[in-house]
Write a protein that binds this ligand. Structure first.
Ligand code: 3HC
Length: 286
Protein backbone atom coordinates (compact mmCIF):
# COMPACT_ATOMS: atom_id res chain seq x y z
CA UNK A 1 0.00 0.00 0.00
CA UNK A 2 1.26 3.49 -0.79
CA UNK A 3 0.89 5.98 2.04
CA UNK A 4 -0.13 9.47 0.88
CA UNK A 5 -1.65 11.04 3.94
CA UNK A 6 -0.70 10.67 7.59
CA UNK A 7 -2.32 11.63 10.89
CA UNK A 8 -0.12 12.30 13.89
CA UNK A 9 -1.95 12.04 17.23
CA UNK A 10 -0.36 14.17 19.93
CA UNK A 11 1.42 17.48 19.29
CA UNK A 12 3.83 17.26 22.22
CA UNK A 13 7.58 16.74 22.40
CA UNK A 14 7.58 13.78 20.01
CA UNK A 15 4.34 14.34 18.07
CA UNK A 16 5.26 17.79 16.76
CA UNK A 17 8.65 16.52 15.58
CA UNK A 18 7.17 13.46 13.88
CA UNK A 19 4.56 15.65 12.17
CA UNK A 20 7.31 17.97 10.95
CA UNK A 21 9.45 15.13 9.61
CA UNK A 22 6.43 13.71 7.75
CA UNK A 23 5.53 17.09 6.22
CA UNK A 24 9.18 17.73 5.32
CA UNK A 25 9.17 14.39 3.48
CA UNK A 26 6.25 15.47 1.31
CA UNK A 27 3.32 13.89 3.17
CA UNK A 28 0.06 15.68 3.89
CA UNK A 29 -0.34 15.50 7.67
CA UNK A 30 -3.25 16.00 10.06
CA UNK A 31 -1.88 16.99 13.47
CA UNK A 32 -4.29 16.32 16.30
CA UNK A 33 -4.21 17.03 20.02
CA UNK A 34 -7.04 17.17 22.56
CA UNK A 35 -6.96 20.92 23.21
CA UNK A 36 -6.35 23.88 20.94
CA UNK A 37 -3.52 25.19 23.15
CA UNK A 38 -1.61 21.90 22.73
CA UNK A 39 -2.05 22.03 18.96
CA UNK A 40 -0.94 25.68 18.89
CA UNK A 41 2.09 24.88 21.01
CA UNK A 42 3.02 22.01 18.68
CA UNK A 43 2.74 24.31 15.66
CA UNK A 44 4.96 26.88 17.41
CA UNK A 45 7.63 24.24 18.04
CA UNK A 46 7.45 23.14 14.38
CA UNK A 47 7.86 26.73 13.19
CA UNK A 48 10.83 27.28 15.54
CA UNK A 49 12.52 24.11 14.29
CA UNK A 50 11.90 24.95 10.61
CA UNK A 51 13.35 28.38 11.25
CA UNK A 52 16.56 26.76 12.53
CA UNK A 53 16.87 24.81 9.27
CA UNK A 54 16.13 27.98 7.30
CA UNK A 55 18.71 30.00 9.26
CA UNK A 56 21.31 27.36 8.35
CA UNK A 57 20.36 27.55 4.68
CA UNK A 58 19.02 23.98 4.64
CA UNK A 59 15.51 25.19 3.74
CA UNK A 60 14.32 28.25 1.85
CA UNK A 61 11.45 30.44 3.04
CA UNK A 62 9.34 29.01 0.21
CA UNK A 63 10.05 25.45 1.33
CA UNK A 64 9.18 26.30 4.93
CA UNK A 65 5.84 27.71 3.80
CA UNK A 66 5.15 24.66 1.64
CA UNK A 67 5.92 22.32 4.55
CA UNK A 68 3.63 24.30 6.84
CA UNK A 69 0.86 24.24 4.24
CA UNK A 70 0.95 20.42 4.28
CA UNK A 71 0.15 20.37 8.02
CA UNK A 72 -3.52 20.48 9.01
CA UNK A 73 -3.95 21.07 12.76
CA UNK A 74 -7.16 19.92 14.46
CA UNK A 75 -8.65 18.92 17.82
CA UNK A 76 -11.19 16.60 16.18
CA UNK A 77 -10.07 12.97 16.20
CA UNK A 78 -12.61 11.85 13.60
CA UNK A 79 -11.56 14.61 11.22
CA UNK A 80 -7.89 13.77 11.84
CA UNK A 81 -8.06 10.07 10.95
CA UNK A 82 -10.99 9.62 8.56
CA UNK A 83 -9.04 10.33 5.33
CA UNK A 84 -5.55 8.98 6.06
CA UNK A 85 -3.54 5.85 5.20
CA UNK A 86 -1.30 5.87 8.28
CA UNK A 87 -1.91 7.06 11.82
CA UNK A 88 1.17 7.67 13.95
CA UNK A 89 0.08 7.74 17.56
CA UNK A 90 2.23 9.82 19.93
CA UNK A 91 -0.18 10.48 22.80
CA UNK A 92 0.87 10.54 26.46
CA UNK A 93 2.55 7.33 27.64
CA UNK A 94 -0.45 5.94 29.55
CA UNK A 95 -1.88 2.51 28.70
CA UNK A 96 -5.54 3.30 29.39
CA UNK A 97 -5.41 6.58 27.49
CA UNK A 98 -3.73 4.88 24.53
CA UNK A 99 -6.24 2.02 24.52
CA UNK A 100 -9.24 4.33 24.50
CA UNK A 101 -7.60 6.33 21.69
CA UNK A 102 -7.10 3.10 19.68
CA UNK A 103 -10.76 2.13 20.11
CA UNK A 104 -11.86 5.50 18.77
CA UNK A 105 -9.33 5.55 15.94
CA UNK A 106 -10.42 2.05 14.89
CA UNK A 107 -13.98 3.33 14.59
CA UNK A 108 -13.18 6.39 12.45
CA UNK A 109 -10.13 5.42 10.36
CA UNK A 110 -10.56 3.85 6.89
CA UNK A 111 -10.38 0.03 6.90
CA UNK A 112 -7.05 0.02 5.04
CA UNK A 113 -5.31 2.43 7.44
CA UNK A 114 -2.33 1.35 9.54
CA UNK A 115 -1.95 2.49 13.16
CA UNK A 116 1.68 2.84 14.26
CA UNK A 117 2.51 3.69 17.85
CA UNK A 118 5.44 5.82 18.93
CA UNK A 119 5.22 4.24 22.39
CA UNK A 120 8.55 3.75 24.16
CA UNK A 121 7.49 0.70 26.12
CA UNK A 122 3.80 -0.16 25.99
CA UNK A 123 2.95 -3.48 24.36
CA UNK A 124 2.11 -3.21 20.65
CA UNK A 125 0.19 -6.49 20.89
CA UNK A 126 -1.97 -5.08 23.68
CA UNK A 127 -2.67 -1.89 21.72
CA UNK A 128 -3.44 -3.93 18.59
CA UNK A 129 -5.87 -6.12 20.54
CA UNK A 130 -8.07 -3.15 21.39
CA UNK A 131 -8.80 -2.78 17.65
CA UNK A 132 -10.46 -4.98 15.03
CA UNK A 133 -7.32 -4.64 12.90
CA UNK A 134 -4.39 -6.01 14.99
CA UNK A 135 -2.61 -7.04 11.76
CA UNK A 136 -2.48 -3.33 10.86
CA UNK A 137 -1.00 -2.18 14.18
CA UNK A 138 2.74 -1.91 14.78
CA UNK A 139 5.34 0.16 16.60
CA UNK A 140 7.15 3.08 14.97
CA UNK A 141 9.47 4.42 17.64
CA UNK A 142 11.20 7.72 16.89
CA UNK A 143 13.97 9.32 18.95
CA UNK A 144 14.08 12.77 20.42
CA UNK A 145 14.44 15.14 18.60
CA UNK A 146 12.78 13.33 15.67
CA UNK A 147 13.91 16.12 13.32
CA UNK A 148 17.57 15.21 13.90
CA UNK A 149 17.72 11.62 15.11
CA UNK A 150 18.32 9.12 12.33
CA UNK A 151 16.75 5.98 13.80
CA UNK A 152 13.26 4.50 13.85
CA UNK A 153 12.62 1.18 15.63
CA UNK A 154 9.84 -0.70 13.81
CA UNK A 155 8.11 -3.18 16.11
CA UNK A 156 6.12 -6.24 15.16
CA UNK A 157 3.21 -7.08 17.48
CA UNK A 158 2.05 -10.71 17.82
CA UNK A 159 -0.47 -10.28 14.98
CA UNK A 160 1.17 -7.56 12.85
CA UNK A 161 1.23 -8.55 9.17
CA UNK A 162 4.33 -8.51 7.00
CA UNK A 163 2.58 -6.06 4.66
CA UNK A 164 2.11 -3.58 7.53
CA UNK A 165 5.81 -3.82 8.41
CA UNK A 166 6.86 -3.32 4.78
CA UNK A 167 4.58 -0.28 4.41
CA UNK A 168 5.93 1.35 7.56
CA UNK A 169 9.54 0.60 6.59
CA UNK A 170 8.89 2.33 3.24
CA UNK A 171 7.47 5.40 5.01
CA UNK A 172 10.49 5.53 7.34
CA UNK A 173 12.78 5.33 4.32
CA UNK A 174 10.92 8.18 2.60
CA UNK A 175 11.42 10.18 5.80
CA UNK A 176 15.16 9.68 5.35
CA UNK A 177 15.51 7.52 8.46
CA UNK A 178 17.44 4.33 9.19
CA UNK A 179 15.37 1.49 10.61
CA UNK A 180 15.83 -1.57 12.79
CA UNK A 181 13.23 -4.31 13.07
CA UNK A 182 12.19 -5.47 16.52
CA UNK A 183 10.92 -8.96 15.74
CA UNK A 184 9.28 -9.62 19.10
CA UNK A 185 7.12 -7.18 20.98
CA UNK A 186 9.13 -6.70 24.17
CA UNK A 187 9.13 -3.74 26.64
CA UNK A 188 11.76 -1.10 25.88
CA UNK A 189 12.45 -2.66 22.47
CA UNK A 190 16.20 -2.33 21.78
CA UNK A 191 17.27 1.19 22.66
CA UNK A 192 15.31 1.86 25.85
CA UNK A 193 16.10 -1.60 27.26
CA UNK A 194 19.73 -0.48 27.26
CA UNK A 195 19.35 3.27 27.80
CA UNK A 196 16.92 3.40 30.75
CA UNK A 197 19.05 1.25 33.11
CA UNK A 198 22.04 3.46 32.20
CA UNK A 199 20.13 6.65 33.05
CA UNK A 200 18.87 5.04 36.26
CA UNK A 201 22.45 4.23 37.30
CA UNK A 202 23.49 7.83 36.58
CA UNK A 203 20.76 8.97 39.01
CA UNK A 204 21.99 6.42 41.57
CA UNK A 205 25.58 7.72 41.32
CA UNK A 206 24.32 11.26 41.81
CA UNK A 207 22.08 10.47 44.80
CA UNK A 208 24.73 8.32 46.47
CA UNK A 209 27.14 11.28 46.17
CA UNK A 210 29.69 9.20 44.28
CA UNK A 211 30.35 12.07 41.86
CA UNK A 212 29.00 15.51 41.01
CA UNK A 213 26.48 16.04 38.24
CA UNK A 214 28.97 17.60 35.86
CA UNK A 215 31.54 14.85 36.41
CA UNK A 216 28.97 12.08 35.82
CA UNK A 217 27.98 13.73 32.55
CA UNK A 218 31.59 14.51 31.58
CA UNK A 219 32.66 10.91 32.27
CA UNK A 220 30.06 9.45 29.92
CA UNK A 221 30.46 12.14 27.25
CA UNK A 222 34.20 11.68 27.05
CA UNK A 223 34.48 8.07 28.19
CA UNK A 224 31.77 6.69 25.93
CA UNK A 225 31.52 9.45 23.34
CA UNK A 226 27.83 10.15 24.01
CA UNK A 227 26.74 13.52 22.52
CA UNK A 228 25.35 14.52 25.92
CA UNK A 229 25.81 13.10 29.41
CA UNK A 230 23.14 10.84 30.96
CA UNK A 231 21.78 13.40 33.45
CA UNK A 232 21.39 15.99 30.72
CA UNK A 233 19.80 13.37 28.47
CA UNK A 234 17.44 12.48 31.29
CA UNK A 235 16.39 16.13 31.53
CA UNK A 236 15.94 16.10 27.79
CA UNK A 237 13.70 12.98 27.78
CA UNK A 238 11.92 13.93 31.04
CA UNK A 239 12.17 12.25 34.45
CA UNK A 240 8.47 11.26 34.22
CA UNK A 241 8.93 9.45 30.91
CA UNK A 242 12.14 7.79 32.15
CA UNK A 243 10.38 6.63 35.32
CA UNK A 244 7.36 5.32 33.40
CA UNK A 245 9.60 3.22 31.14
CA UNK A 246 11.69 1.94 34.06
CA UNK A 247 8.52 0.83 35.86
CA UNK A 248 7.32 -1.10 32.83
CA UNK A 249 10.72 -2.80 32.41
CA UNK A 250 10.65 -3.70 36.12
CA UNK A 251 7.09 -5.05 35.99
CA UNK A 252 7.22 -6.85 32.67
CA UNK A 253 10.80 -8.12 32.37
CA UNK A 254 12.69 -8.29 35.64
CA UNK A 255 12.72 -6.60 39.10
CA UNK A 256 16.38 -5.71 38.42
CA UNK A 257 15.11 -2.73 36.38
CA UNK A 258 13.58 -1.05 39.47
CA UNK A 259 13.80 2.74 39.30
CA UNK A 260 16.02 4.51 41.83
CA UNK A 261 14.39 6.45 44.70
CA UNK A 262 16.12 9.56 43.38
CA UNK A 263 14.30 9.28 40.07
CA UNK A 264 10.96 8.91 41.87
CA UNK A 265 11.74 11.96 44.00
CA UNK A 266 12.53 14.03 40.92
CA UNK A 267 9.11 13.17 39.52
CA UNK A 268 7.31 13.87 42.82
CA UNK A 269 9.03 17.28 42.94
CA UNK A 270 8.08 17.93 39.28
CA UNK A 271 11.78 18.33 38.50
CA UNK A 272 11.10 16.73 35.14
CA UNK A 273 13.80 18.47 33.12
CA UNK A 274 13.32 20.71 30.11
CA UNK A 275 9.54 20.42 30.11
CA UNK A 276 9.17 21.95 33.60
CA UNK A 277 12.24 24.20 33.31
CA UNK A 278 14.22 22.34 35.98
CA UNK A 279 15.62 18.88 36.45
CA UNK A 280 19.26 18.08 37.03
CA UNK A 281 19.92 21.32 35.12
CA UNK A 282 18.20 24.69 35.09
CA UNK A 283 16.58 25.15 31.65
CA UNK A 284 14.84 28.43 32.31
CA UNK A 285 17.75 30.44 30.89
CA UNK A 286 18.41 28.22 27.81
N1 3HC B 1 15.08 21.18 14.98
C1 3HC B 1 16.02 21.65 14.13
N2 3HC B 1 17.29 21.84 14.49
C2 3HC B 1 17.62 21.56 15.76
C3 3HC B 1 16.69 21.07 16.70
C4 3HC B 1 15.36 20.88 16.26
N3 3HC B 1 14.39 20.40 17.07
N4 3HC B 1 17.31 20.88 17.90
C5 3HC B 1 18.60 21.24 17.70
N5 3HC B 1 18.79 21.64 16.42
C6 3HC B 1 20.03 22.07 15.79
C7 3HC B 1 20.64 23.25 16.47
O1 3HC B 1 20.14 24.44 15.92
C8 3HC B 1 22.11 23.08 16.17
O2 3HC B 1 22.44 23.59 14.91
P1 3HC B 1 23.94 24.13 14.64
O3 3HC B 1 24.86 22.99 14.89
O4 3HC B 1 23.91 24.54 13.22
O5 3HC B 1 24.10 25.26 15.60
C9 3HC B 1 22.28 21.59 16.11
O6 3HC B 1 20.97 21.02 15.95
C10 3HC B 1 22.90 21.07 17.35
O7 3HC B 1 22.10 21.47 18.46
P2 3HC B 1 22.67 22.03 19.81
O8 3HC B 1 23.93 22.79 19.58
O9 3HC B 1 21.56 22.70 20.56
O10 3HC B 1 22.97 20.77 20.68
P3 3HC B 1 23.82 19.51 20.36
O11 3HC B 1 25.04 19.80 19.59
O12 3HC B 1 23.94 18.85 21.68
O13 3HC B 1 22.91 18.59 19.42
C11 3HC B 1 21.37 16.82 19.70
C12 3HC B 1 21.62 18.31 19.74
C13 3HC B 1 21.32 16.32 18.27
C14 3HC B 1 20.01 16.63 20.33
C15 3HC B 1 22.50 16.06 20.42
O14 3HC B 1 22.75 16.65 21.65
C16 3HC B 1 22.18 14.62 20.65
O15 3HC B 1 22.28 13.79 19.78
N6 3HC B 1 21.77 14.30 21.90
C17 3HC B 1 21.34 12.97 22.27
C18 3HC B 1 19.93 12.80 21.87
C19 3HC B 1 19.44 11.44 22.19
O16 3HC B 1 20.13 10.59 22.71
N7 3HC B 1 18.18 11.21 21.87
C20 3HC B 1 17.55 9.96 22.13
C21 3HC B 1 16.82 10.04 23.40
S1 3HC B 1 16.04 8.52 23.81
C22 3HC B 1 14.55 8.61 23.07
O17 3HC B 1 14.19 9.56 22.43
C23 3HC B 1 13.68 7.43 23.22
C24 3HC B 1 12.49 7.73 24.08
O18 3HC B 1 11.60 6.66 23.96
C25 3HC B 1 12.86 7.92 25.53
Amino acid sequence: MEVKKIAVLGAGLMGHGICQVAAQSGYEVNLRDIEQRFVDNGMQMIKASLQKFQAKGQLTEGQVNEILSRIHPTVDLKEAVSDVDLIIEAVTENVELKKSTYREVDQYAPAHAIIASNTSSISITELGSTTKRPEKVCGMHFFNPPQLMKLIEVIKGAKTSEETIQTVLAVAQKMGKETVLVKKDCPGFIVNRILIPALNEAVALYWEGVADRDDIDKAIKLGLNWPMGPLMLLDYIGADTTLAIAEILEREIDPKFHPHTGLKQMVKAQLLGRKTGKGFYDWTQK
